[in-house]
Design a protein around this ligand. Sequence first.
Ligand code: AMP
Ligand code: MG
Length: 491
Amino acid sequence: MIENPQAIWHLDNSYAHLSDCFYTKTAPTPVTKPKLKRLNHELAKRLGLDVGSLAHPDGIEILAGNRLPHNSIPIAQAYAGHQYKTFRDLGDGRAILLGEQLTPDGKRFDIHLKGAGMTPYSKKVYKNGDGRAALGPMLREYILSAAMEALGIPTSHSLAVVATGETMIRKGEELPGAILVRVASSHIRFGTLQYAAKWCGEAKLREIVDYTIARHFPEVAAAERPYLAFFGKVIERQASLIANWQLIGFIHGVQNTDNVMISGETLDYGPCAFMDTYKPLTWFSSIDRHGRYAYVNQPSIGRWNIERLKESLMPLFAEDEATQERLADEAVATFDVQYEQYWLQGMRKKLGMYNEEAEDRELIDALLMMMERQEADYTNTFLDLTFGEQVSGLSKDKHFESWYTCWQQRLSRQQASTSDIKQLMKASNPAVVPRNHQVEQALEAAVAYDDFTVMEELMDVWQEPFAHTDKQRAYRHVPKQDTPYITYCGT
Ligand code: AMP
Ligand code: MG
């Protein structure tokens, strides 16, 4: 029996009860003919939502924004942000927060409809926008956010993709529209606090930071300087997140401060993609002319973004400006140190190292230099090393044999058996990551032919990236590309 579709929602609206400087009450714009394209059953269960009720026509009306769930106070959230180097006022131009679902295990998750119609913010910054999103990019976000979660990287989640039954024009092409039901521990971005600092006054900045602390870092409330301690936590999460991206070869593509979450979750799967060949200067985004957001730059951009957040939060750190400045700079300086620690720790695991030796960094750098020189595949090289197979990408390098000997000697100096080492490497090097050509194949079949079999098959393979099954081996091959892969912003 289908439950009442309303009964499954258990929404709270803590954000909508903050001062109205931070949002505008806005209802989703109804769509003509909503059709459920994807529903993440496992996520639904975690949220305490009944799959049958969500997939019921009345449930779909809610996911499409045609009807509000019980207790919803829909709002569009204000934010600002540095897009590339320019500060702009933005705000959710086409996304609406329905409320926060309280889960059976006591957690709170934003339920956010992306592509739910124009909001007052889009009128300000995106005058010719339509408030909508295209099916392809929303499915892309659905696929990639699931894969990131499976890889163990903090991320926003995708509950559902609903086709709107309407079309839209993008770059002269008529495309089917869709809404993505996005779930995150919050949508508080660096840009949210930048907006508050710029437009809402210090008392309200304090209000939203207090709220953010209570929601994400309640443990800092008792610190001697809670705001500084909060800033320190945010820095640590970014250092860890970006180290995770680097270790897995993920390129976010649009690391603007409005796309950076205070919670340290990955947000905005627009022009992102995974790196195949190890080339530190890889980037895919069509709008990133000079590679500002290239793979190699992600950590330094992470720090740059933290410096922008610092400018907004500094007044809260201490009474006088000199102390504010000193404390803030000391905190910012911890980013590089923490990033390096997270990254090095992750790299050690990828190479089977349980303990630490002073020369590890040198050994790792030598490997990466060889990979760059030989244009080796990033993921597959680590896999070959894991399984002790011929390292096809590197064996022709004249330094490879001596490097390999040094590495083996290094491993033999620790208290770990060969099988322990292999175990650690298997758990740290994915058998599969979403390859660009595979993502494209899945999207092509789904969007052009309404055929989701390719997507299902691939998502199944990506669901357990560390399983190292025979089946997964079939997905390792990367075709040589004649033309560079280009991604476009998720519009
Ligand atoms: P993004 O590039 O997705 O981070 O979006 C940048 C800003 O533009 C955000 O405020 C979006 O909500 C807004 N935006 C993007 N696409 C549209 C659209 N089709 N209509 C209205 N606003 C949009
Ligand atoms: Mg964005």
